[in-house]
Design a protein around this ligand. Structure first.
Ligand SMILES: [Zn+2]
Length: 427
């Protein structure tokens, strides 16, 4: 393995330090470091963060390799500063057996660009009728700890209770896509003034909030861990604040797009803005930002959802919901709450806490002597303009096309080896 000396990086925005990286770990931190035969990485002006961890990524393999593969999604993640991603189970076939989660895990290792941690389905085929083999997935080589039917809600309260009871045995967590399906039948966008104006069927906030309220009570009753995916409404924040105040074991994520964009975007009828849960109002956006800063919402997760052109560039009503997120997440977070969070707050919400929720022990650690060298170097002064054609994802459905954003990932190290250098993927 090559030895690297990273010169003059500001760890979490602090004093300039050199980092000596050898045999997969940060061997030494100091000033004026050098080592025979080492490759020097000039980090003047760059901030070093623990490698980012995404708790909510759709890699689409197996089944929709035309939209994304484990390899292209991993490259996209590395370029976004990530060293680990949790791959959602709504593939084809669904990741509801030890065989499928091991396949995804193995593909991640072969790509070698981020650590890919598969998420297992809660129910067989995401059908919401019968629990999947949670224990077999937990015991597999993929060591699954997060279970989710994401894309679908585990709507049956009895099944949700049983899933929580099951995962409690191995300190797993159920990640819920909170959407009461009987309240969102035919929904195209957020239910509110804009939907009324456009004549589109609405997805009401209460469809999310009622499931979160139910599930925090179930988690309390069982004493198990619940994670709430992509929180999108001000009302959900109030329920989470109440639940956390009671000591219920619940964590929650917000996506970059719900922190930035509103339902007004639907007036363009451009399906790139169609997503589930839908973009909400400016009031919701403000509440989500405040909740992330306050810590009521624990983490940012991308819900990176690549879609092939034919599934996205069509009429709004027929377009699949979802947006790309991995390569733009850090820049969006810096843009909307960077000043309030600071570098330590960003590391907390995009690396340490997601790593802890997922049980990824080698990730989310400070760049410190002896720690695994999973880290990212960011240029806080850089600004860049999003060009969909320039993204490493196999898909192009970014809602940020032509937007100029702050902060650029210059280098990412995974287990001591660069996956990104000079802003470009190494392989
Ligand atoms: Zn979802």
């Amino acid at each position: 393995m090559t030895t690297y000396v990273i010169k003059g990086a500001r760890i979490l925005g602090g004093q300039k330090k050199d980092l000596l990286i050898r045999d997969g770990v940060v061997a030494e931190i100091g000033t004026g470091l050098s080592a025979a035969g080492a490759q020097v990485v000039d980090a003047d002006g760059l901030v070093a963060l623990p490698g980012l961890v995404d708790l909510h990524t759709h890699l689409r393999e197996p089944g929709r390799e035309d939209a994304e593969t484990v390899e292209t999604g991993s490259r996209s993640a590395a370029l976004g500063g990530y060293t680990a991603v949790c791959a959602m189970a709504n593939t084809s076939p669904v990741a509801d057996t030890a065989g499928v989660v091991e396949q995804v895990w193995r593909l991640g290792r072969e790509a070698g660009l981020v650590d890919v941690q598969p998420i297992g389905a809660v129910t067989v085929g995401l059908a919401g009728e019968q629990l999947a083999e949670l224990g077999a997935m937990a015991d597999s080589a993929a060591r699954v700890r997060i279970f989710s039917d994401d894309g679908n809600c585990v709507a049956d309260p009895r099944l949700m209770r049983r899933a929580l009871e099951y995962v409690k045995a191995f300190d797993g967590v159920v990640a819920q896509h909170a959407e009461e399906p009987r309240l969102t039948s035919g929904a195209q966008m957020h239910e509110g003034e804009v939907a009324a104006r456009l004549g589109m069927t609405g997805w009401p906030a209460v469809a999310e909030e009622s499931i979160i309220a139910r599930d925090v009570l179930l988690a309390e009753h069982v004493g198990a861990r619940l994670h709430v995916c992509h929180v999108s409404t001000a009302g959900s924040v109030e329920i989470l604040r109440w639940a956390k105040g009671r000591g219920i074991r619940v964590t929650a994520e917000v996506t970059p797009h719900h922190l930035l964009l509103t339902d007004e975007r639907a007036t363009s009828y451009d399906p790139v803005f169609k997503v589930n849960p839908p973009l909400r109002t400016a009031t919701d956006v403000a509440a989500l930002r405040a909740a992330l800063v306050e810590g009521v919402i624990d983490i940012v997760a991308t819900d990176h959802a690549p879609h092939a052109v034919e599934d996205k560039e069509c009429e709004w009503a027929y377009a699949r919901p979802g947006m790309l997120g991995l390569e733009t997440a850090l820049s969006i977070v810096l843009d909307v709450v960077g000043d309030e969070l600071g570098w330590d707050g960003i590391a907390e919400r995009m690396s340490r806490t997601p790593a802890r929720i997922a049980g990824l022990t080698g990730h989310g650690l400070e760049p410190a002597a002896g720690a695994p060298a999973n880290l990212t170097l960011v240029d806080p002064a850089a600004r860049w303009t999003v060009d969909p054609a320039g993204l490493a994802s196999r898909s192009r459905n970014t809602p940020y096309a032509a937007m100029t954003l702050p902060g650029r990932v210059v280098a990412t190290f995974l287990h001591g080896e660069p996956t990104v250098l000079d802003g470009k993927a190494v392989k």
